[in-house]
Design a protein around this ligand. Sequence first.
Ligand code: GUN
Length: 285
Amino acid sequence: MIVSGKELSARLKAEMAEQVTTFPMKYGRVPHLVVILVGDDPASVSYVTGKAKASQVVGIKNTTIRKPDTISEEELLSLIRHLNDDDTVDGILVQLPLPKHISEPKVIESISKDKDVDGFHPLNVAALWQKQPCILPCTPKGIIKMLKTAGVQIAGKRAVVIGRSNIVGLPVAKLLLDENATVTIAHSRTKDLGDLTRQAEILVVAIGRPRFVTEDMVSEGTAVIDVGVNRDPETGKLCGDVDFAAIEPKASVITPVPGGVGPMTICCLMENTIECFLKRQESSH
Ligand code: GUN
């Protein structure tokens, strides 16, 4: 079964849109998400455009601020401070990666933890690992939603995560663990990786290498989540980290690229923005 993140996210966004229509009466305004894009990397431009489009569908106010890649770190931090203090802003997202002269950890830390819709702030990350209430990072949250919607039982399963980034690998492993899977975190240089992945009942791949996971690495009936976004070196088309054509017949469920995890990430960003908005409403009364 191919799990369409595109369809699931469309359904969830429609539900959110309905919820948001009640906000002006209840709260006098709609949620406001500010997205900052530094530079003009085509992939980043495309992600940011996707976030603006989704906001429009859900009825969230989106302000996208574009800055040249010559912006200084201090100027960017000052912009973020200004947005932190702005009561009409509910969510702040700085699109990554940033130019080398700007410290990403510094920027992430400068965003108010209550407006950190990405769930990247160290206080949110700490809260996640300590099982405290927190803003969940969008991609891991979207992956769990997809598995559940596809009817994949997570509890008791052997899950293997290839990739250990702060954005996907580590948090998705933690969320799977919280769902009572037994989780192994591997990476592209894990010894005898195939021996490990063949044992996986749930396989999440997030390393960013086209067709890294080959047919021989996956057992019959595995649920395969492909987080990769790559250009196929031969066709130039978008492709994931797994050899989709070869693995799809073996997998119990598999996510396509494009149209799988990507739309779910954006969908969860919308959810997080609404969550931050509602929390701010509660605390202001
Ligand atoms: N770059 C790639 N993925 C992401 C994401 O989820 N959030 C941000 N801010 N930047 C990214």
